[in-house]
Design a protein around this ligand. Structure first.
Ligand code: G3P
Length: 216
């Protein structure tokens, strides 16, 4: 399973790249706004300078033609930019057109397996179901991911599934068990993934035992 980081923070992206486990970056307008950025082009270029992995940059346009124009502008910023498009009928039309021109599209704001099927049929390279936000409504977001993976397998779609809106380590664990292609994970959760109290306790004991002998 590939690990993407879900942030627009340059420091977090640099640190995650340094860990040696970074396979991509996803941003969205809220994450860009959190960095105090109004016009995202220069910031997306800065992210692409940190990592050659796929970097999703989302359009703000909502009509098909303007989504296509904005998508082309974003894709021209760097070879690793993936254009992120929301799942609306206009978004599907834009996805079809951009994909047919060889531009990779990540269809976002997906909350059902049928929405994901529509995105795959439109030629999306990636589809992003939001598991945390589904959990918030009382559903189990990862059952939607399971359905998407089963449907894509039935028809041999090449669209990769990005499990998004990850809130905790259990989401990552279950996504991997399901065979999801990618998890896009906030920095705080990436840091939590390596932690285990028995690892800390065991390391402290190893070092203490060594220190006892070394002191003699
Ligand atoms: O980037 C899309 C998605 O991961 C957003 O997550 O935490 O805002 O639901 P969240």
């Amino acid at each position: 399973m590939k690990f993407f980081i879900d942030t627009a923070n340059l420091d977090q992206i640099s640190k995650a790249a340094g860990y040696g486990i970074l396979d991509g970056v996803t941003t969205n307008p809220s994450l860009i706004a959190k960095e105090g950025i109004i016009e995202q082009s220069e910031h997306i270029k800065a992210i692409c300078a940190i990592t050659p992995t796929p970097v999703s940059a989302e359009v703000l346009a909502t009509e098909t033609d303007s989504m296509i124009d904005e998508g082309k502008r974003l894709a021209a910023l760097a070879p690793n930019v993936v254009v992120k498009i929301p799942l609306t009928m206009s978004g599907l039309q834009a996805t079809k057109e951009l994909s047919s021109q060889g531009i990779r599209v990540n269809v976002t704001l997906v909350f059902s397996a049928i929405q994901a099927l529509l995105a795959a049929k439109a030629g999306a390279a990636y589809v992003s179901p939001f598991v945390g936000r589904l959990d918030d409504t009382g559903l189990d977001g990862l059952t939607v991911v399971e359905d998407i993976l089963n449907i894509f397998g039935n028809y041999d779609f090449e669209t990769e599934v990005i499990v998004a809106s990850i809130r905790h380590c259990q989401h990552v664990h279950r996504a991997a068990l399901l065979g999801a292609d990618i998890c896009t994970i906030p920095f705080a959760v990436i840091q939590q993934l390596s932690g285990h109290p028995l690892t800390d306790k065991g390391l402290a004991a190893f070092l203490a035992d060594h220190a006892k002998v070394a002191a003699h």
